[in-house]
Design a protein around this ligand. Sequence first.
Ligand code: PLP
Length: 397
Amino acid sequence: MQLSSLLDRFNEPETLRMAKLGRELRAQGHDLTDMSLGEPDFDTPEHVKAAAIKAVQDNYSHYTPVAGYPDLRAAVCTKLKRDNNLDYQPENVVVSTGAKQSIANLIMAVVDSGDEVIIPTPFWVTYSEIVKLVQGVPVIVTTKIENKYKITPAELEAAITPRTKLFMFSSPCNPTGSVYSKAELTGLAEVFRKHPNIVIMSDEIYEYINYTEYGHQSIAQFSDLKDRIAIINGLSKGYAMTGYRLGYLVANAELVKACEKIQGQMTSGATAVTQRAAIVALTGDQKPTQDMVAQFILRRKRILELLKEIPNIECAEPDGAFYVFPVISAYFGTSDGTDTIKDADDLCMYLLNKAHLSTVTGRAFGDPNCIRISFANSMENIEKGMAKMKAALATLK
Ligand code: PLP
């Protein structure tokens, strides 16, 4: 069969590939410690589960409006006011099957073939791949560990050309955990003011998982830019609802209509039961989320302590999300006598096959000197995983 050339334009997500390899090892009976996954290891809050069960019983089994139920779109606006002091109307919201679909809708709605998309790097694996899928050109701007992997106004300005169409970033960032302060966003906003045609995607899916004193800051707070900002958010991370598949995009009504048109042909509206549960998650008791974050704070502290015990590793402390992204390039060129580690991919495979520890190569996130380790894991697994990593790296000379 002759498959389409579209398939050659992008890669499968490395995160999912590692998860698959890990599952295979586990099925063979190995004691796998999986630190590759980007999802909370907590259960969905009870009151949200109850809302989903009630939705099933109430026969929420029909097609849903493409952009989402009106009361869910309104609930998103309530959340934006409560958490971000942002004023939006339901017509500014389109609900999707996960934030990943919201991002894909946005890229398809604004990027034409040959358009440039600036992506501060390291970035979440999917950004560059969907841009390539629509034949846009990812413009990779490598950020520095000294700047906690945040793009500076000068770096942004230097990357802009007349072909720049979209700027995509996440704060908190997956994989680095960097979180932009208001002052840092102010600096970027000044650059965007000089370039009025650039659309800005602000991925805020890790909003609640924030360890800073200054808390979550959205670039949409700059009201003169608001019209060309698309906020991406969703329930996967903050409410431990990855399997429910619920994300949303918030933008001007024209862009929302464009995303709705695309989604109308791709998938239609998000799952009915999920949407009913999402209303309760967004507007109900937020304590389960706060309790989950309290656990992440403890785990972050522990994993950073344990990483410090491993020689030849440098790691920026994450200010948000649930990953550490250590620089492991000091191990390139080392060997255990059988395998030689050339790059981050080799190191990940070495940890997987020799130590049964699953991580993700930094190459997938645009930084080939690092690996990503998720601490969305029990304390026991974090300790076990870091002990495995320490022992495995000690065998490399
Ligand atoms: N954005 C970022 C930065 C992510 O890390 C993820 C998931 O890993 C998503 C978006 C997509 O989330 P979902 O499609 O589960 O809503």
